[in-house]
Design a protein around this ligand. Sequence first.
Ligand SMILES: *Cc1c(COP(=O)(O)O)cnc(C)c1O
Length: 383
Amino acid sequence: MASRFARLVCTKCEATYEPDSRLNLCPVAGCAGSLFARYHAAPLDRDAVAGRPRSIWRWHELMPIVKPENIVSLGEGGTPLLRAERLGARAGFTDLWIKDESGNPTGSFKARGLSAAVSKAKELGLTAIALPTAGNAGGAAAAYAAKAGIACHVYMPRDTPRLFPLECERYGASVTLVDGLIDDCGKLVAARAKEQGWHDVSTLKEPYRVEGKKTMGYELAEDLGWELPDAIVYPTGGGTGLIGMCKAFDEMEELGWIGSARPRMIAVQAEGCAPIPKAFDAGKPVSERCADAHTYASGLRVPKAYADYLILRDVRASGGVAVAVSDDDMRAACDAIGAAEGLFIAPEGGAAWAAVQKLAAEGRLDRASRIVLFNTGSGFKYL
Ligand SMILES: *Cc1c(COP(=O)(O)O)cnc(C)c1O
C-alpha cells in the first residue's frame, strides 16, 4: 500500500524532476509550466480499496505522500453522490446527480487539495505556507496547516465575505486583506514568499493540490460502478478539480480500471468573470485576464487561471463546453436545489445547475444523459 509517486513532469515542456524536489513550477527558462505528479505503472486491483475508509487517502498508492505518518487529515473526501430525482424531474432531466462537496472539513472541496498540499509540505520539512485565495482555499489551508503545526499566510481580496477571513483567523493563520483581485493577492504572495522563505501553495503553481482534488474523479468512477457519466458540470475558478478529474480518468484508464470513454467536461463561470468561456468560444488556447471580475460566487472570481491552458485543453479534448451564467440565475438555482433536494449549496454549485438548464435549453446537453453536477461548497459562509 506504498505510494507509487515516481516523478514530477512539466505539463508544458515535459521535463521531469525528482519526486522529493521542492519545486513549485517548471524551472526550465521561459517555461514555468504546472507540474504533475506521475506514478509507477503496475497492476493495482480497483477493488482492493473497497474496505478502506472513505477519504482521499483511500487512494494512497496514487497519492504523492510517501510516508503515511505525514498525512494531515481532517476527514476530507468520500462525499456523497446524490441522485437529484426531484430537481431533475422538474426540468425534464432523467439521470441527474449531485456530487455534494459541502460536507468536507471547512465546508468546501478545497479541503481535498489542501490536505494533499499540506501533507506534502510536511513531508518535505517545510515550516510555512502562503497562498492567495478567493475564500475557501484560505480556510482549508489554514485548517490543515494548524493540524500540521505549519505557519499559514493567507492573502484575500478585502471584499470577500467576512466569514472567510474570520475562519482563517480562527485556525491561527495570518490574514492580509488586499485591495484587488485574487491575482493581485497572488503577486504579493509570490514576492513575500520569496523574501520570507514561505512555500507558495497557489492553485496549480505547486503540484499537489491537484492530486487531492483528482480524488473526486476516482470517487465518481467507483460510485457509478466504474462507468463515468456522460457529462460533468464543474464550477471553474482556477480549474484544479476539472484538471484533476481528467488526470484521474487517464490514470484509471492506464490502470485498466475504466475504458477510454470520457465525460464531457463542462466548465461553468459567472457572467461577471468568464475568461474561460470567452477563450473557449474564440477558439483560443489561453484566456485573457478579466479586469473587472465580479460575481457573488467568490470561488469563481478568478480573472485569469494560471493553468488556463490545461482547463481549455481538457474541456476541448472531452467534447465539453465552457459557459457563463448570471448571478441571478445562480441564486435561483440555489433556491431550486434547496427546495427540491434539501441541500444548502454554495453559489458556485448553483452556477452548475443554472448552466445545465441553459445548455439543455440551447440543445447543447441531452436531458436524458447522465449528468453529474458539482456542489463545491456549503452556502453558509456566503450569508
Ligand atoms: C475554489 C472554488 C471553486 C473553483 O474551484 P477550482 O478547482 O479552483 O476551479 C468552486 N467552488 C467553490 C465553492 C470554491 O471554493
